[in-house]
Design a protein around this ligand. Structure first.
Ligand SMILES: O=c1ccn([C@@H]2O[C@H](COP(=O)(O)OP(=O)(O)O[C@H]3OC[C@@H](O)[C@H](O)[C@H]3O)[C@@H](O)[C@H]2O)c(=O)[nH]1
Ligand SMILES: [Mg+2]
Length: 614
């Protein structure tokens, strides 16, 4: 209320004071907050009342948004920024007093009895879960012009990441509902965090494709706002270089997902509906759903409040390390130490070599793939205390060693995996390690950078991401008894990769290993040059000898046997250079495209029993 504002605060900032007449009482309150927090420079260039008044109001609209979208408002943002910038200036280690050690967690081996058991338990639990995809990032390292979830996960079928994620959730939902003890049908909620960079294109992708088969009411988009940039160690907000009536803003990081979920009211609704789990995942890991059922099974069996998915990590690889941190005062936590902080932390705490591989050829710290499974009840309770605020950090690039000026403005950031940092010591925080081939193949690096990745470290490129799908599917079928021929090595966009048979299937065909095994029988073999795409649900592979390309689609009521000897000229792989702009971007970043020379393609649209043989 204007009446409660002490107007004296404005007398020292005449440029603002002369404009008070145009501002609403709420805006005057906001102006006061800015002045009380050392931001009078923002008004220095303001002309007198009557000039640019619309822009002045727009400035305060932006301030109102920045204030309301941050837990505790702008005052709290500026206060935290000052503290973190002061710590950064003196080089304070955020892990001061903590010593790192290798934590113990659950290790799963694909296909063994325990794994199969965990997958089955995961399917039971799936209908009690909500899925949350963080997709607000632009993917600057990849440099792709579109949104990353629209990229094909593989180009055999061209299915994009978002479609694959939705179809996987729907397949889990169906399998889980089928075995529910009370026979009730539940729709698994799917939340996508977007940002101004990705929101409209994500919504458009969903709408153009009828939400890829999901009910539109099942999907919620939560848009994260950017945060104010900071110009100096006093946390003075940075004005947009092109507009003196706007604050410059940058992304705050994927940690925003917690405060958005908190303020959305969804957690409460989910608890009421009887849900138990919230699963968080990132935009471009095409193998992710291979790991979800079993890791959800681990969460349920171990009653983990927090379960982080992990894979063996190569030293210096750009994935965080899951670390046990023990403080001199006895406190300890199991937490992700981000890839740029692990090496300095180790060097500062008695490991002079820093982030290096041990005798296994991997870093002793499991690699965080940033898929988190949180137990809903304890999650909601914790957020009620924190309002979803996550411990932040600041990473200014200083002009020189005096650390007084920045090369460019900075901002506070936060990461979703830092959620456990505020948990009480009683919290059950664990992790689940799985094989890389099964669980992790993100698409993050552009071809040029990927080609420079040290030998033995993963490329995390569009090329390696697609090849990983074929390798995983080939290995899974091998373990189910199919003789899938060994891969050949090939260099694509400067990266040496293993090229396996191009095997793909829809999630509804097989989500867990025990189901896949049931669909494979007899003597089956697939040659390396082959392509196989299974799109129907009730397709069984029996005594199949494949040397070429086969694509099978069918309605649910058609039972199809894929068998016999299928031989044709198949699809060949042609190399493409990433610099060749005559080729669409989503293809050339892979370094190859398919030449669809010949295939056997069958689509069964009538109920009944059928067989595909050449
Ligand atoms: O502001 C943001 C930033 C990022 N994101 C999303 O967060 C996800 C991860 O972003 P990035 O790919 O930039 O993340 P990084 O590769 O830097 O590291 C991340 O993945 C690998 C893990 O080991 C790291 O611990 C984790 O931080 C993406 O899905 C991205 O869209 C947001 O939703 N909002
Ligand atoms: Mg990043």
């Amino acid at each position: 209320m204007a009446s409660t504002v002490d107007l004296n605060v404005f007398s020292s900032v005449p440029a603002l004071q002369s404009n008070l007449g145009v501002l609403s009482p709420d805006q005057i309150e906001l102006a006061k907050i800015l002045l009380e927090n050392g931001q009078s420079h923002l008004f220095q260039q303001w002309p007198e009342l009557g000039v640019d008044d619309k822009e002045k109001l727009a400035f305060f609209e932006q301030i109102a948004l920045l204030n309301s979208s941050y837990p505790g408002g702008l005052a709290s943002y500026i206060k935290t920024a000052k503290e973190l910038l002061a710590d950064s200036k003196v080089g304070k280690n955020p892990y001061d007093g903590f010593s790192p050690s290798v934590p113990s967690g659950e290790n799963l081996t694909f296909g063994d009895e325990n794994f199969i058991e965990m997958e089955k338990r995961g399917v039971v639990e799936a209908r009690n879960a909500a899925f949350v995809l963080v997709a607000g990032g632009l993917g600057e390292r990849l440099g792709y012009n579109g949104i990353k979830v629209a990229l094909p996960r593989e180009t055999t079928t061209g299915t994009c990441f978002l479609q694959h994620y939705i179809e996987s959730i729907l397949a889990l939902q169906e399998a889980s509902n089928k075995i529910a003890s009370d026979e009730s049908q539940r729709d698994i909620p799917f939340i996508i965090m977007t940002s101004d960079d990705t929101h409209s294109r994500t919504l458009e992708l969903l709408e153009l494709n009828s939400y890829f088969g999901m009910k539109s009411t099942q999907v919620h988009l939560l848009k994260q706002e950017k945060v104010a940039c900071l110009d100096d160690n006093d946390a003075r907000l940075a004005l947009d270089p092109k507009n003196k009536y706007r604050i410059q803003t940058k992304p705050h990081g994927h940690g925003d997902v917690h405060s958005l979920l908190y303020s959305s009211g969804l957690l409460h609704k989910w608890l009421e509906a009887g849900l138990k789990w919230v699963l968080f995942f990132q935009d471009t890991n095409g193998l992710l759903f291979n790991a979800i059922p079993a890791s959800l099974g681990v969460s349920a069996t171990k009653q983990y409040h927090v379960n982080s998915l992990a894979v063996p990590r190569k030293a210096k690889e750009a994935i965080g390390g899951i670390t046990k941190l023990t403080h001199a005062d006895g406190r300890s936590m199991v937490i992700n130490v981000e890839y740029n902080q692990l090496d300095p932390l180790l060097r500062a705490t008695g490991f002079p070599d820093g982030d290096v591989n041990c005798e296994t050829g991997f870093s002793p710290f499991p690699g965080n793939i940033n898929q988190l499974i949180l137990e809903l009840g304890s999650y909601k309770e914790e957020l009620q205390k924190t309002e979803g605020a996550i411990k932040e950090f600041v990473n200014p690039k200083y002009k020189d060693s005096t650390k007084t000026a920045f090369k460019s403005s900075t901002r506070l950031e936060c990461m979703m995996q830092d959620y456990p940092k505020t948990l009480p010591p009683t919290a059950r925080v664990g992790f689940t390690v799985m094989d890389i081939w099964l669980a992790y193949a993100p698409v993050k690096n552009n071809p040029e950078d990927a080609a420079k990745v040290p030998k033995g470290n993963p490329y995390h490129s569009a090329t390696s991401g697609e090849m990983a799908i074929y390798r995983a599917n080939s290995l899974i079928l091998q373990k189910a008894g199919v003789k899938v021929e060994e891969p050949v090595k090939q260099v694509l966009n400067g990266q040496e990769v293993e090229v396996w048979s191009r095997i793909t299937w829809k999630p509804k065909w097989g989500m867990i290993f025990s189901d896949i095994k049931k669909k494979v029988s007899g003597n089956c073999e697939v040659s390396q040059r082959s392509t196989m795409a299974i799109k129907g649900r009730n397709v069984v592979i029996e005594d199949l000898s494949l040397d070429g390309a086969v694509i099978v689609d069918s309605i649910d009521d058609a039972e199809v046997k894929l068998g016999g000897s299928i031989k044709n000229n198949g699809w060949t792989m042609e190399t493409v250079d990433y610099k060749d702009t005559s080729v669409p971007e989503e293809i050339r970043i892979r370094g190859f495209r398919f030449n669809k020379v010949e295939q056997l393609e069958k689509n069964f649209t009538q109920p009944g029993k059928f067989s595909v043989e050449d």
